[in-house]
Design a protein. Sequence first.
Length: 328
Amino acid sequence: MKNIQADIKSGNFKQVYLLYGEEAYLKQQYKQNLVKALNPDGDTMNFNHYEGKGIDVKQLIDLCETMPFFAERRVVLLEDTGFFKNKCEELADYMKELPDYLYLVFAETEVDKRNRMYKAVKACGSIAEFIRQDEKTLMRWAAGILGKAGKKITQRDMELLLTKTGTDMGNLRMEMEKLISYTEGRDVVTAEDIEEICTTQTTNRIFDMVRAVTEKNQKRALELYYDLLTLKEPPMRILFLLAKQYRQLLLAKQFVAAGLAQTEIASKLGVPGFVVRNITTCARAYTISELEQAVKDFVDAEESVKTGRLEDKLSVELLIIKYSSKVK
């Protein structure tokens, strides 16, 4: 990413850029900045955009061989082409000798580093991977945006915000814009503001449901389940996410028993540190054997639904009732 920023600042561009990874917001920002720097006047005659699989490679190469019209560059943006997951020999060969006027920008979600196209870009251009940002980076970034708007927020309330929004930067940015508008005339964003205005992501609603289950608050757990159904969440997706949460509870319980530190557990589970605190708190309500049984019950429930022995909505409801009952 620093290399792309340096190229934009200096005006000395590589002929090919590959931007890829899970962090869609950052990738989108860098893609837009790079294309704008390569094509500052918004020249539509010498700019082409391809998106999706099924691109005719021969036609693409023919276009690349077409010299720009009254301009120094021809810029081609290609998104989610699949060229970096599947074979694309002709284009990989073409990358060895690109015309001086041609600049290619690829934006992909997934790549295979063994792929010839990946190796071709690495040889002649620049590659940037956009990964999910860690909690400290996200907090600094979010606090910076709020700060520019004249807002302050405590670390605890920032953690609350992230538990609602998740770690997707695009979603977090959207929720912060809502908070900035909602708190107009005030300089502090509070937990009450976050609870009032921010939308809780499905996975976070699932965790709220798990917390209610572990606290034996059956009424609350079922309310959250019915809320998710009202929001048109498929019962099988809810079952999948519940099973994932209970697997995390089991792993966290095992890691704590093994004496692992919170940072190590966060790394192994692939979640922020403050989320680990919530997971381990919920895990305390169970023994390891109880969590192992829960994971098994979720697998059995999925099998029962798939084989038609149990209706999907009912299967989840029965599991919630079982694990939120005060008497086991």
